[in-house]
Design a protein around this ligand. Structure first.
Ligand code: SAH
Ligand code: SF4
Length: 376
């Protein structure tokens, strides 16, 4: 029999029916999941509270390995990019960002993305496929394993405390898998992360934002980038389907927003969305929301014809917002050196493996997200 199913992809219900079909009690399902997600043990022979005959069946019927790490790109500022491969050999990435008070992991939710935002390299490559819940959760297990490796065997290691869905992909376009993965992240029997420390970043899929608020009100980040409908539609095709007015309406009703606020990501593009007139529209859009705006210098990519706003203009934009009581930190990247290395790596592999579109997307600069970690 060829093994096709990863043990990480099974839900509680899946495990319960598997247990039932093997004559085991339903609570064993929870024990199995606890070994995997609570303790990070991916070896059924070590599941000491599970009957030995069942351990053998577990070992025989499922795959227990984590995805293969292709490359690690450690940065001088202690962040580290982990480039890993799906079973078919597609590349995805996670970024580990430890700071004094927390350890943030930026995870991918898809290989590629179909939202086609003009300033984003992932957007240019289209969607290859959704990641499974197991592949999303595996990113945390891989990161924790890496932290253990860094601490040295036998020493107590730090663990991931915060997760941000800001790697490759649009998480709300892979709704079921992302939500199931989030449930395991915030379940105290498993990863036990606070729901305020799991952030879903979206380009603005309105029905799914509404659903998310009902299903599990984790922290929300909205990639806004412009508060002008015509311009946002041009930069982010999703705005044609869900214009600003609809987005605003759903955000006002989002349950977590009153207490913890909503983070808006605003990529600063030279001469495009960075004037005071744009700032004015932005202020109007966030009015009534408990909001923070992260101003992100654009990471340009070849052929895009776009550049980042310069520091002076950025300061003026920022001042306009802060004068109106809207916190607007400029998020400079951590791990810039790794970013560069990542771009080089992608270029090199492009030649080697002739997988240009996917690998080009991996060159995207995401380290600015680390600022969430260092300041937020
Ligand atoms: N698809 C989701 C999450 C992944 S993208 C989203 O769009 O929110 C994570 C962040 O990277 C988003 O805020 C996105 O707008 C931003 N981003 C994309 N391309 C960028 C670039 N070239 N420079 C800086 N940030 C970029
Ligand atoms: Fe997709 Fe986000 Fe990139 Fe837009 S910015 S193309 S939604 S990954």
């Amino acid at each position: 029999m060829s093994l096709t199913k990863s043990a990480l992809d099974l839900s509680r219900q899946d495990w319960e029916s598997w247990c039932a079909s093997h004559g085991a009690k339903a609570f064993v399902a929870g024990q199995i999941q606890q070994w995997v997600f609570g303790k990070g043990v991916l070896a059924p022979e070590r599941f000491s509270n599970v009957p030995p005959a069942l351990r053998e069946k577990l070992a025989a019927e499922f795959l227990w390995n984590l995805p293969e790490v292709d490359t690690r790109l450690p940065s001088s500022d202690a962040s580290e990019k982990i480039l890993w491969k799906t079973r078919e050999g597609f590349f995805a990435e996670s970024v580990l960002m430890p700071s004094e008070s927390r350890v943030t992991l930026c995870v991918s939710s898809q290989v590629g993305c179909r939202m086609a935002c003009t300033f984003c390299q992932t957007g240019r490559m289209g969607l290859t496929r959704n990641l499974t819940r197991g592949e999303i959760l595996a990113q945390i297990l891989m990161a924790n394993a890496r932290l253990q490796e860094l601490a040295g065997e036998g020493n107590e290691a730090r663990k991931v405390t915060n997760v941000v869905f800001m790697g490759m992909g649009e998480p709300l376009d892979n709704y079921e898998e992302v939500v199931e993965a989030c449930r395991v992240m915030i379940d105290e029997r498993f990863f036990g992360l606070s729901k305020h420390r799991v952030t879903v970043s979206t380009s603005g899929l309105v029905p799914e934002i509404e659903r998310l608020g009902k299903d599990l009100p984790v922290a929300l980040a909205i990639s806004l980038h412009s508060a002008d409908d015509a311009q946002r539609s041009e930069m982010m095709p999703v705005n044609r389907r869900y214009p600003l007015e609809e987005l605003k309406k759903v955000l006002l009703a989002y349950p977590a927003h009153t207490r913890h606020g909503i983070t808006f990501e605003y990529v600063m593009i030279d001469g495009k969305n960075d004037s005071i007139a744009h700032a004015k529209k932005l202020v109007k859009f966030v009015h009534g929301l408990k909001a923070k705006v992260n101003l992100i210098p654009l990471n340009p990519h070849p052929g895009s014809g776009m550049e980042s706003t310069d520091a002076e203009r950025m300061r003026a934009f920022q001042k306009y917002l802060s004068d109106r009581s809207i916190p607007a930190p400029v998020r400079y990247s951590r791990g810039q050196d790794v970013s560069a290395a990542c771009g080089q790596l992608a270029a090199k592999r492009e030649g080697e493996l002739e997988m240009a579109p996917r690998l080009v997307a991996l060159a995207r600069r995401r380290e600015y997200l680390a600022a969430k970690n260092s300041q937020g």
